[in-house]
Structures are given as C-alpha cells and as structure tokens.
Design a binder for this molecule. Sequence first.
Ligand SMILES: [Fe+2]
Length: 182
Amino acid sequence: MRAYYYDNVAGDQRLLHDSPPSQSVSEERLKELNVLHRNIPLAGHEQQLDRVMAERGYKHRDKIHVSKEGLGEIYESKIKAFFDEHLHEDEEIRYILAGAGFFDVRESPSDAWIRLAVEPGDLLVIPAGIYHRFTTDMQDDIEALRLFQDAPKWIAINRNAETESNVCRVNYLQSIGVTAVA
Ligand SMILES: [Fe+2]
C-alpha cells in the first residue's frame, strides 16, 4: 500500500492524485493517526484474518464487490457517495481481495488528505471518528472483505459543524493527542 498526500488537483477522483513531487507518508505517521495497515498475503489469508479478528474482537466478515458491471446504472452515484467526506462510530476494517482503490483519510490537525492506495493483500483499519472517503481507481473494480463485530454502526455521518462535537470524533482526536478545534 502506498500512502501519500493527495494533490488536491481538480479531476476525476479515481485518478492517482499524486502530482510530482510525490509526498510520501510513512507507516509511522499513519500509526500516529491510529490508521493501521498490515500486509497479509492472499495465500493463506483466512487463518491470519481469523487471528486478527480474535485480537480485535471481531466475529463476522462478509465480502463486497464494487464494480461498474455489478452495480450498473447506480455505479456513478454510489461512487460519488462513497467519496463524500464522512466518519463512522465504529472502526472500518477492509481486507482487499482483488482490484484496487483509494481510501483518503484526513490528517489532524493539518486537515490534509492522505491517500492510501490499496491493493490485494492490504488490511486496513480506519479508526472510528476519523474523516475519510473512498473511491475505486480507473479500473472501477474492487473486491474486499469487511470485518465487524455483532452490530456495526456503518452509518456514514457526513462532515459538518456538528460532527466536530460527535463523541467518536472527540475521542478520536484525544486518542491522537490533538485538541479539538471547534
Ligand atoms: Fe466509511
């Protein structure tokens, strides 16, 4: 998985948005933001995922497939909705099985976007309370496993003035040692 600062250049969200000079982001920096990444080879991933799930108290997993072919007419609107900046009150854990895509996470307190280019074998843990968004790449096809506890609250809460005082947002900022600004 490559991680770099998003270039904020206008254009299709599915492009790399990695204009030169590319500004890489280290795994250490991601850890400071509580964004965890691990590479688990596809061969034998089931057992390793079982272990990760036991560690984090996750009991279920299901498979999602986001593709132009699979979603048909609603694909473009779905992809746009995934790209609205939002947060969740639970962790979002994804293990990529096929295809590729981008998770953008907001760095705090800079408010810069960090783009995470995921591919098969990437396990990504996006913490509760971090602003983020998702898009496929230009291939329009990604397959992933979602890991979760019994009743995940996957409601996407789009960023607005009120989300700054959401308890998950406040807890998240506290966990990374950043004082809330609003
Ligand atoms: Fe999300």
